[in-house]
Design a binder for this molecule. Structure first.
Ligand code: BGC
Length: 452
């Protein structure tokens, strides 16, 4: 039976991208290199040697892209600012052309009635700062706050939603512990240091915002609920470690003022004590939380899995995406209710949700159908509606991603877009998922089940 769903009035329906994944022209107009520019040009790091040199050419095509967002009826666009476009050396000298680009982007969005949400850091640290130790150098917190301040001064009149960091967990896990992402380190001692400096940087930027900004600022985390594979004490303990590592490592210090105890167990002697005053900084009150949700994990004890001694169990009856992630919409409802109960029901935006599936090539003039992605979106939006019904304070939803783009070290091999990009010609073709989402927006989510 078709149900009717209720979303709050003014619910913000949007789509998201990030700078290095879509912009291209990473060194144009005086920009400095980022760690991703460097990483992508290091042989062996990227799938097929792909780079962000051109990506979706959004840096030059942003006007057309925004016009397309307008046609689809998007109410909001979440983008990120490339720090090294604005400050080529990461600090001190401002590159006016870089700032101008983001100003034009924001003004064009506003001309189309699309609300901008700006993320200050989506993984592309200026390479010059990496040369000084990057996230391992405690000074990075004030470098980040100074950069944030520059952005607030220029754009806070027009950008009303700011996010400090995107997924700090991925920054440390991928960048400093497992090494699959820039800067590609694999070091148990570095990861806890990077974690803490990311959180201090976040806190200092929020403080700077309280002094200079008039609107709202939050943090974006990726959450993945962990369910024990069995009730054995080993599996249950492994699940708690996995949950602490991924879901509580950042939220607990930011919202409760402490790290989860399991981190000491996971990192052992590599997990340091921190000065008490750091927690006050990290705990600066936020206006909202951004949550990125893709999948869940069924967890079991695995003595060989470093450093968590926990690994995921593949589910027999499930659908998996092209990135190998189980489609599990219930996990989104569960994690939203967990956030509500654990952290006192903060205002939440789903800042990313989406899936990579194989798409056929786009043929000019023909419709492109992506039934698995339509189904993914529909079921996850129903899961959001369920969380709202359960009392979660949800303010908006951003599909990941507006465009097919550079999926980091997986290059262009995975397509997450609701709009297809032909990387040879840069032609954009809205997929059926974009048309479906457009219908959702036009009816404020009331007809999730009976569109296309
Ligand atoms: C990131 C995106 C990424 C997406 C899909 C998130 O972790 O914020 O940049 O493309 O997931 O992997």
């Amino acid at each position: 039976m078709k149900q009717s769903y209720t979303f709050p009035e003014n619910f913000l329906w949007g789509a998201a991208t990030s700078a290095y994944q879509v912009e291209g022209s990473p060194l144009a107009d005086g920009a400095g290199a980022s760690i991703w520019q460097r990483f992508a040009h290091t042989p062996g790091r990227m799938h097929d040697g792909d780079t962000g040199d051109v990506a979706c050419d959004h840096y030059r095509r942003y006007r057309d892209d925004i016009a397309l967002m307008g046609e689809l009826g998007l109410k909001a666009y979440r983008f990120s600012i490339a720090w090294a476009r604005v400050l080529p050396e990461g600090k001190d000298r401002v590159n006016a052309a870089g700032l101008d680009f983001y100003e034009r982007l924001v003004d064009t969005l506003l001309e189309h009635g699309i609300e901008p949400m700006a993320t200050l850091y989506h993984w592309d640290l200026p390479a010059a700062l990496d040369d000084r130790g990057g996230w391992l150098n405690p000074d990075v917190a004030s470098w980040f706050a100074d950069y944030a301040q520059t952005m607030f001064r220029r754009l806070d009149g027009r950008v009303k939603l700011w996010a400090t960091l995107n997924e700090p967990w991925v920054v440390t896990d991928g960048g400093y512990l497992q090494g699959a992402l820039a800067p590609g380190h694999r070091n148990r001692f570095e990861a806890p240091i990077a974690t803490h400096n990311l959180l201090r940087a976040h806190g200092m930027a929020v403080r700077a915002y309280r002094a200079a900004g008039k609107h709202r600022i939050g943090l974006v985390v990726n959450l993945e609920p962990k369910y024990p594979a069995s009730q054995s004490p080993e599996d249950v303990a492994a699940t708690a470690r996995a949950d602490a590592y991924m879901n509580r490592q950042y939220l607990d210090p930011v919202l409760l003022g402490r790290y989860p105890a399991e981190l000491t167990e996971i990192f052992g002697e590599a997990w340091p004590q921190r000065p008490e005053e750091d927690y006050l900084l990290i705990r600066e009150p936020l206006d909202f939380l951004g949550i990125n949700y893709y999948t869940r994990n069924v967890t079991r004890y695995d003595p060989d899995a470093w450093p968590l001694r926990a690994s995921g169990v593949r589910q027999r009856q499930a659908t998996y995406t092209e990135t190998g992630w189980e489609v599990f919409p219930q996990g989104l409802t569960d994690i939203l209710i967990w956030v509500k109960d654990r952290f006192g029901n903060p205002p939440v935006y789903i800042t990313e949700n989406g899936a990579a599936f194989y798409d056929p090539p786009a043929v000019a003039g023909e419709r492109l159908s992506d039934p698995l992605r339509v189904d993914y979106l529909r079921r996850h939006l129903c899961a959001v509606a369920d969380a709202i019904k359960a009392g979660c304070d949800l303010r908006g939803y951003f599909a990941w991603s507006f465009l097919d783009n550079l999926e980091w070290s997986l290059g262009f091999s995975k397509r997450f877009g609701i709009v297809h990009v032909d990387f040879e010609t840069q032609r954009r073709t809205p997929k059926a998922s974009a048309r479906y989402y457009s219908g959702v927006i036009a009816t404020n989510g009331s007809k999730l089940d009976n569109l296309e």
